[in-house]
Design a binder for this molecule. Structure first.
Ligand SMILES: Cc1cc2nc3c(=O)[nH]c(=O)nc-3n(C[C@H](O)[C@H](O)[C@H](O)COP(=O)(O)OP(=O)(O)OC[C@H]3O[C@@H](n4cnc5c(N)ncnc54)[C@H](O)[C@@H]3O)c2cc1C
Length: 403
């Protein structure tokens, strides 16, 4: 008898799992909370690494189609000082294909292909397994039972509590995202600033990053260290100004940025824009123009799971991607999510009729070891990228960028 397998979440982890399993001729039920594929903006551009996201696509038989869609030139990266001086201007050689970029929406559509997703199926809970299997409960009160339930439902996973009491905690860094459309026509100066790939500037405890997506769309990320309640608490001092006496920028000159976000309505785009312009006051005009011309603003405090998050194995339930190992967004989360999905699908497809649980257990050990290493790297990376000493960000770039 074929195993009844459900994956909760139709993000990159869940879809890669389902697509690879589908390639092996095994049926899988994909349960996704969103009512339709286009219910939300799909998010920004992703670079897929060899041996990670691209290996997963190879396992799904989708590498050639990915190469058609991807943008190797999108690997270009420019770093500016906050006064606009160009500090680094790295462009890939024509044969440099280490980390080609693809729009997240294009990648999702590629993975979706022939899969049948049950849209609008938000899972509320996974109940303890019985002899009949593992019951999955839905928001409308219904319940369905499977032999294996895979939680690929992201940061706020509803499957995770069936395995682990861990919940994500705030990193101390908040990201506010905005975007510009038709940049080549409407903002040609900014189009040149961003180039084919990304531009970034690092200041004291804050950074501005802009990334080109396809079709002249640019995503802009303002990042800064701040308490979680920075936008509501009038007594908050963000400590973003440089302390000229110590050069640390921490704890000093706090009156200068006290209450910048106090009483801020995050749904009020003009109010958020003004707050961000105040936070980045003194930076070069072209960098501030990225904020001046941005459209809507999305507030994303960065949360993470504990580094090396593991759990005692529970037959019939497991986790993939952010649900298992949410970490700072430093270019690997989606890659790991896809690799998790592809590897688990291959393990499940290769398992003997009585060996499904052993296959899942072995996969978990592999995933934990790999994710633990990356969680350490990305946690240390975030400390350096949004840091009291902007030279740290430049040093990190020089360490990781191919020469
Ligand atoms: C600003 C930013 C930039 C990033 N850039 C990169 C990058 O360049 N490279 C990279 O590798 N990573 C990047 N990441 C990380 C990457 O986005 C995540 O690691 C990746 O999306 C994780 O995929 P996932 O499938 O595990 O989770 P998700 O992408 O979060 O997908 C989870 C899915 O589950 C669904 N879902 C949630 N709850 C339920 C429920 N209860 N029932 C049913 N369905 C549910 C959601 O609707 C969603 O479709 C970035 C992250 C951020 C925030």
């Amino acid at each position: 008898m074929r195993h009844r397998i459900a994956v909760v979440g139709g993000g990159l982890a869940g879809l890669t799992f389902a697509r690879v399993l589908h390639r092996h001729g095994h049926p899988v039920t994909v349960l996704e909370r969103d009512p339709a594929p286009d219910a939300r903006p799909p998010g920004g551009t992703l670079d897929l690494h060899e041996g990670m996201g691209r290996l997963a696509l190879a396992k799904a038989g989708l590498l050639a189609e990915f190469q058609e869609l991807s943008r190797p030139e999108g690997q270009a990266m420019r770093i500016l000082d906050t006064d606009g001086t160009v500090l680094r201007d790295w462009r890939p050689r024509p044969d440099e294909v280490a980390n080609p970029e693809i729009d997240r929406g294009q990648l999702r559509d590629l993975l979706l292909g022939p899969l049948e997703v049950r849209w609008g199926h938000g899972v509320t809970e996974v109940a303890p397994g019985t002899r009949d299997g593992v019951p999955v409960r839905f928001a409308d009160g219904r319940q369905e039972t499977f032999d294996l339930v895979i939680g690929a439902d992201g940061a706020r996973s509803r499957v995770r509590p069936a395995l682990s009491p861990a919940t994500p905690h705030y990193t101390g860094v908040t990201l506010v995202e905005t975007s510009l459309d038709d940049v080549d026509t409407r903002h040609p100066d900014l189009a040149r600033l961003v180039g084919d790939g990304s531009v970034a500037a690092y200041g004291v405890n804050r950074a501005l990053v802009a990334q080109r997506n396809s079709g002249g769309h640019v995503k802009v990320y303002a990042q800064f260290r701040a308490p979680l309640d920075w936008h509501t608490n009038p007594d908050r001092h963000l400590g973003l100004r440089t302390d000229t006496s110590t050069g640390t920028g921490l704890g000093a000159d706090t009156d200068a940025d006290a209450g910048l976000g106090a009483g801020l309505d995050l749904a009020d785009a003009e109010a958020v824009r003004s707050s961000l312009l105040a936070l980045f006051d003194g930076w070069a005009a072209p960098l501030l123009d990225l904020l001046r011309h941005g459209t809507a603003f999305a507030h994303r405090p960065l949360h993470v799971l504990p580094v090396s998050h593991t759990w005692a194995h529970v037959p019939g339930v497991t986790l993939l991607g952010d649900a298992a190992h949410l970490m700072p967004p430093l270019g690997v989360g989606a890659n790991l999510a896809m690799l998790d999905g592809a590897e688990l699908a291959e393990s499940v497809a290769a398992s003997t009729p009585g060996g499904l649980d052993e296959a899942v257990r072995a996969f978990e050990e592999r995933m934990w070891a790999r994710a633990g290493r990356w969680a350490e790297i990305t946690t240390a990376g975030l400390e350096r990228l949004v840091s009291p000493d902007p030279a740290e960000a430049l040093a990190l770039f020089d360490e990781v960028q191919p020469s």
